[in-house]
Design a binder for this molecule. Structure first.
Ligand SMILES: Nc1ncnc2c1ncn2[C@@H]1O[C@H](COP(=O)(O)OP(=O)(O)OP(=O)(O)O)[C@@H](O)[C@H]1O
Ligand code: SF4
Length: 303
């Protein structure tokens, strides 16, 4: 097996893995927000979604209907509209025909698919590549980690929720990182409290501060916490609606006219997902998380 770093990542300055011990804690939404926040800072960012258990990145970026294009050099990632070509996404989800089904391949096929994803995407120059990984710490994840190590990542961000069960999962994840040799860049506590859509008051539903005390216990950075905010889900949903609106059946004349109006409407608005996110109430929380991450000034990867 080739143990060289994938050439497709030669011009990528930083690779960050986003990990969680179990599904549903917000790993993909943290990946999405990290990418949007870094792109908002003017950096060029790629997102690679290798969460074969349920790739949710295409939905988060409103590009579920994207088709994968193959160039002579490899797969071409999707460029997110109106971002000045600063935001690129590649997801295993683009290759799944039946989007209702997650991939049920066995271990070796999964690792070989991930190897292809790491080496076959034409990223070009990137400041950051953020990789959304499959949740868990099983033997299969160890083989996946071996593949990911070839990408020479800066390290991993661990995502947790305040409940004890999720905190225990992060402990396992921390031990997993030690075992496979990933540096832990920090912990993000997601769904810490609930923001009321009426008065914006944040209420702690579960006991808060679990992520912070866990980080202290393991002497790792606590990057920050994010409340549950229904407006974030709304942002994702409305973003998807605008894509679907743009994908009307072009068979009838009436639909062709509607499509033209929609395209004109979208061009005129030129509101990118980055702009929408920066106006979302989760952004100030995430901005702190990014500042905490960047203050460590990790030098660019050397290959
Ligand atoms: N802070 C938040 N506020 C509001 N909604 C959130 C927040 N975090 C996550 N969600 C929502 O919760 C759902 C699960 O989040 P997400 O897909 O990011 O989890 P995940 O850990 O990546 O799950 P999986 O590993 O199964 O893909 C999504 O619909 C997402 O929009
Ligand atoms: S947080 Fe404020 S607006 Fe929201 S339900 Fe409670 S009292 Fe009502």
């Amino acid at each position: 097996m080739n143990k060289e770093p994938p050439r497709s990542l030669n011009k990528v300055k930083h690779v960050i893995l986003v990990l969680s011990g179990k599904g549903g804690v917000g790993k993909s939404s943290v990946t999405t927000q990290l990418a949007l926040s870094l792109a908002h800072k003017g950096l060029k960012v790629g997102v690679l979604d290798i969460d074969l258990t349920g790739p949710s990145i295409p939905r988060m970026f409103g590009i579920e209907n994207n088709q994968v294009h193959q160039s002579v050099n490899g797969w071409v990632p999707a460029y997110i509209p109106n971002t000045g070509n600063r935001l690129l996404v590649m997801s295993i989800g683009f290759l799944i025909k039946d989007r209702g089904n997650s991939i049920v391949w066995r271990g070796p096929k999964k690792t070989s698919m991930i190897r292809q994803f790491l080496s076959n995407v034409v990223w070009g120059e990137l400041d950051y590549l953020i990789i959304d990984t499959p949740p868990g710490t099983s033997d299969e994840h160890i083989s996946i980690a071996e593949e990911l190590k070839l990408a020479k990542p800066d390290g991993a961000i661990l995502v947790t929720t305040p409940q004890q069960i999720s905190i225990n999962d992060v402990k396992k994840e921390f031990n997993f990182c030690e075992k496979v040799g990933f540096k832990v860049l920090g912990v993000v506590e997601n769904m810490s409290g609930y923001v009321c859509p009426h008065c914006s008051e944040c209420t702690n539903i579960f006991s808060s501060g679990g992520g912070k005390s866990l980080a202290e216990q393991y002497k790792i950075n606590f990057l920050g916490s994010l409340p549950i905010d229904p407006s974030f889900i709304e942002l994702i949903e409305t973003n998807n609606k605008s894509e679907n609106r743009n994908q009307v059946d072009s068979n009838s004349d009436k639909n062709k006219i509607i499509e033209k109006i929609n395209n004109l409407d979208l061009r005129n608005k030129q509101v990118s997902l980055i702009d929408k996110y920066v106006n979302n109430s989760l952004y100030p929380h995430f901005s702190t998380i990014v500042d905490n991450l960047l203050k460590h000034n990790i030098p660019p990867r050397t290959l």
